[in-house]
Design a protein around this ligand. Sequence first.
Ligand SMILES: O=P(O)(O)OC[C@H]1O[C@](O)(CO)[C@@H](O)[C@@H]1O
Length: 522
Amino acid sequence: MESLQACQAWQVLAEKREAIAAQSLNALFAADPQRFEHYSVEAAGMLLDFSKQPVDSILMADLVALAEARELPRHRDAMFAGQRVNETEGRAALHTALRAAVQVTLPEVKDARARMATLAKEIRSGAYTSITGEPIKDVINIGIGGSDLGPRLAVDALAPLADGPRIHFVANIDGVEMSRTLAQCDPRSTLVLVASKSFGTSETLANAHEAMAWLRRDLADDAAIARQVIGITADPAHVRSLGLDPASALPLWDWVGGRYSLWSAVGFSVMLAIGPEAFEELLAGASAMDTHFCEAPLARNMPVIQGLLAVLHGSLLGRRSQVVVPYTERLRYLPAYLQQLVMESNGKSVDRAGQAVTVPTAAAIWGQTGTPGQHAFFQALHQGTEVMPVDFIGVAAPVAGERGEPLELAANLFAQSQALMQGNRADSDRPALHCPGNRPSNTLLLHRLDPTTLGALIALYEHRTFVEAVIWGVNPFDQYGVELGKRLARDLRPLLSGGDPSTELDASTAGLVRQFLAWRHG
Ligand SMILES: O=P(O)(O)OC[C@H]1O[C@](O)(CO)[C@@H](O)[C@@H]1O
């Protein structure tokens, strides 16, 4: 495989690095009165305005040439066709099949969706009761990473449409999240979902044991566990480790990556909150974005444009932060979700051929909702020494029955991207007041934040992440770095309860353990 730096299309861009960095956004607008029309795209209920990016028709052509040189269409089609694109783990990455129309998807996906829908209807209607015969009022989803972040984001974002049981999420192993959650629930009307693709993640299993002990304390009955705890996993035999029946587990498959699993049974908590029909709308929205990604020309293709711009900033111009600012509290979990999606997928330094990647890969992605973010980190965006590209996300219309966001919110959203771009005039007497401007951003305007558009938004970022991976030549579907930390934690654990370390410790770790034990028991 050719390295990115050896790629001629990349070299063309590299030669223009200084000119692109210096490109005046104000000048681009002055030169083209139709710039907004030329550099915005609409698809799946969203409008992407990328006119505040340093692109013109020549740079767009260069970026598209790069996508073609890296064979993006071929890689995309291979993923959709179920080829083993996750080469290191020898698997397909077929999350798109989970949201394909029921008529065309895989039989096992169809069966699982039907099973989920039947069970969700029973739980939501009260036909499926707890062991004491009470309807389910609370659901606790225990999972971490991809088995937590996607459902947490979707349940929160779609809260105005929720008409099912209350949904709680527990991911952290520190006990705080669990005790806060249990304090709000009654074991006689609570259902526990243990969501873990591998069913081997220690945090999830420890939290599951704690929740099951809580159920047992009050219900003193193993039948309660069978009825009120449901495993969600790609390895159903493993649910026996919690004393559960594999036949009752909701399935996913090894070809669904953890951080791409919202669309599978991992999203069962979302289905319980909003109902199977609305969950189908979430899938349909993601599927609409899949179609756009497969069919739109590269220069008018939202995930392609976003991915190429991310590579331009992060790898060519050395801009190592990607900021995401949703202007709605309902997307408050989006930055955390994207951190896993982007950084676990593309935080890689070796390409698919095993060679070192010679440009920086995934930038740090972070953010917070506007307007609170404006009063936290925006000062650095406006006047800091580093240019940090921003994705602004806004919502235009309310979902039925909602009041809609105050207009001040949209005024703030538009003002911020405008201020970042325009800056203000330099005043030689008072340089501290000077905002340099020329700071790039995308604005994604959502028609409304309903299940369909949320599905499309999440799928957009999934594909954007894939586009970046293809340009860099990395596999976005493995995460061996995370596995290393997990293994070391397993090795260290016995030492903290007085056992011998299974490996020799470095001086820093040994010193920290010594101090920890002294304070813990002192
Ligand atoms: O669903 P599981 O198998 O418990 O894994 C949880 C998470 O752990 C990871 O492997 C690493 O954080 C993620 O990719 C995954 O989403």
